[in-house]
Design a protein around this ligand. Structure first.
Ligand code: EPU
Length: 293
């Protein structure tokens, strides 16, 4: 097991703090934090993890993860090398690798007068993370744009999955058993100024309604059918409630913010409180949108 990672060309960090890689700014060390150089390097990693029976967790921009204060014994895979940040256009199709940030994709598309991505402005996600979570807003999600997704399975086979192979739900999809490598998104030709204006509108709405001034993981719970988790938690009078350094946002009750040195266990206590109170008052069981590591 000693120095099992020898041979990998990318970066391997030991005991890397997950605080640095999650938007919550919370989390203990990852035993191994690995940024492969390219697909060949990634395939080598898949072989090594099999040989050494290492669990693997994939992280994108870390915007939907609450990492344990103890950290993780898994190898955390981060596709952030230049190879995984490639982006190109063929007519109105955007082809991007999974490490590309949504905001970079929006900027590049706008520059070419291609619209469609505007509703995702301000979501702090990589393309891979956005696909894995089927990111979006209530009216639409990234699924609406997908032509196909190229993935690597855990037997090191590259597959191209067309839209029909994909099964997306509300903030979920069936890509969990793969490592997402890249995707082709279908955009539409539009007016640069209008695309830019619409992007700003989505950003403005986010700034007006959401708590973006403090570290968080965005909405903590999924919305129950036909309602909003934020509204329900708000009606329970929980805004501003705090445990340790974590608090339920005063601006949006479905946001838990890291006010100062919050620990995962503080956030977990607020999650339990919100679930309990919403269940008691409305009989609704809230389900987590964020992933707990
Ligand atoms: N509301 C309250 N109190 C609150 C928060 C919201 O009464 O503290 C009310 C609002 O006034 C509004 C309703 O609840 O009438 C819905 O609130 P909002 O428009 O803020 O939308 P949301 O349902 O809370 C969803 C997504 C967001 C996405 C916005 C964009 C989920 C769980 N949340 O929020 O996604 O940005 O719509 O419109 O689907 C995320 O997934 O991390 C996320 C932030």
């Amino acid at each position: 097991m000693k120095n099992w990672w020898q041979g990998l060309k990318g970066s391997v960090k030991l005991r890397e703090s997950l605080k640095r890689h999650t938007t919550f700014g919370i989390g203990g060390p990852a035993r191994f934090f690995i940024e492969p150089k390219d697909v060949a390097d990634l395939k080598l990693l898949i072989n090594l993890r099999k040989r050494y029976k290492l669990p693997l967790l994939v992280i994108g921009a870390g915007s939907n993860i609450l990492a344990s204060d103890k950290g993780t014994g898994a190898a955390v895979l981060h596709l952030s090398s230049p190879y995984f940040k490639k982006l190109s256009f063929k007519k109105n199709i955007l082809e991007a690798s999974s490490g590309v940030s949504l905001n970079a994709a929006i900027r590049a598309a706008t520059e070419r007068g291609l619209g469609g991505l505007e509703f995702m402005a301000g979501i702090p996600a990589t393309l891979g993370g956005a696909l894995a979570m089927n990111a979006g807003i209530p009216a639409k999600s990234i699924l609406d744009l997908v032509e196909n997704v190229t993935v690597l399975d855990y037997n090191n086979r590259v597959k191209i999955l067309s839209k029909n192979d994909l099964c997306f739900g509300y903030r979920s999809c069936n890509l969990g058993k793969f490592i997402i490598l890249s995707a082709r998104l279908k955009l539409k030709k539009g007016n640069k100024k209008k695309i830019s204006r619409d992007t700003k509108q989505y950003l403005k709405r986010r700034w007006l309604t959401q708590d973006l001034s403090l570290p968080s993981a965005g909405c903590v719970f999924k919305n129950p059918k036909g309602d909003s988790a934020g509204r329900l938690i708000d009606l329970c009078g929980l805004k501003g409630g705090s445990v340790g350094g974590a608090a339920i946002s005063l601006k949006h009750a479905n946001f838990i913010v890291n006010r100062r040195h919050a620990r995962a266990k503080d956030v977990l206590r607020l999650i339990a409180l919100a679930k309990k109170e919403v269940k008691k008052k409305f009989g609704i069981t809230l389900k987590l949108e964020i992933k707990i590591w």
